[in-house]
Write a protein that binds this ligand. Structure first.
Ligand code: ATP
Ligand code: MG
Length: 167
């Protein structure tokens, strides 16, 4: 059983300076008591690092990146804890959304001067699958709307978490 907070807290400290350099306001909403999840700490760190790195990278100066814990959902009769990573960035157009988890795929807006290998989300997807989690992406379909992207990662609660034990 893993406490998501124990993985996220140190990661946020090391990522804070990257956000500051780009004048991005990095906020985390982390409740005190959470149920533990089934996860591999190292894999979870890699997943969160990639998603927060993307959120900062694809959000222009002055924007916001927010991470939230403490969300619970029952999907197909299984209980999951959610991790929300939300930014006020460029958003992901519909035609890109179907491909962003593919190896080496880079979005249209990323082809310009934002560099990368297109591997981050493919690795994220593999790791989330290995942990028997679920990953979802949300972005407004209408580019005229307030843009931005949300990723949700759902991880199954541990036995202790299912029994209502908080850590
Ligand atoms: P790498 O992570 O290897 O440095 P990358 O960031 O391009 O490169 P992925 O992390 O796999 O690769 O992301 C794939 C594509 O998805 C990106 O090229 C970008 O177009 C899009 N994308 C990912 N996260 C976001 C986000 N938060 N906002 C907007 N677009 C995003
Ligand atoms: Mg990336």
């Amino acid at each position: 059983p893993v406490n998501i907070k124990d993985v996220l807290d140190p990661l946020l400290i090391s990522i804070k300076s990257i956000a500051q350099e780009k004048q991005i306001d990095l906020k985390a909403d982390i409740p005190r008591d959470l149920p533990s999840v089934y996860a591999n700490s190292q894999a979870l760190r890699e997943v969160l690092n990639n998603l927060i790195d993307n959120a900062i990278k694809y959000t222009p100066k002055g924007g916001q990146v927010r991470v939230e814990l403490g969300l619970i959902s029952i999907i197909d009769q299984k209980t999951y804890q959610g991790i929300l990573i939300e930014d006020t960035g460029y958003g992901i157009p519909l035609e890109d959304q179907a491909h962003i988890f593919d190896r080496h795929y880079r979005g249209i807006q990323a082809e310009g001067d934002i560099s990368g290998t297109g591997l981050g989300l493919a690795i994220v997807k593999d790791l989330v699958n290995q942990m028997e989690g679920i990953i979802e992406v949300f972005s407004p379909i209408n580019a005229k709307q307030k843009k931005g992207t949300r990723f949700m990662v759902w991880l199954p609660l541990s036995q202790e978490g299912m029994q209502g034990k908080l850590i």
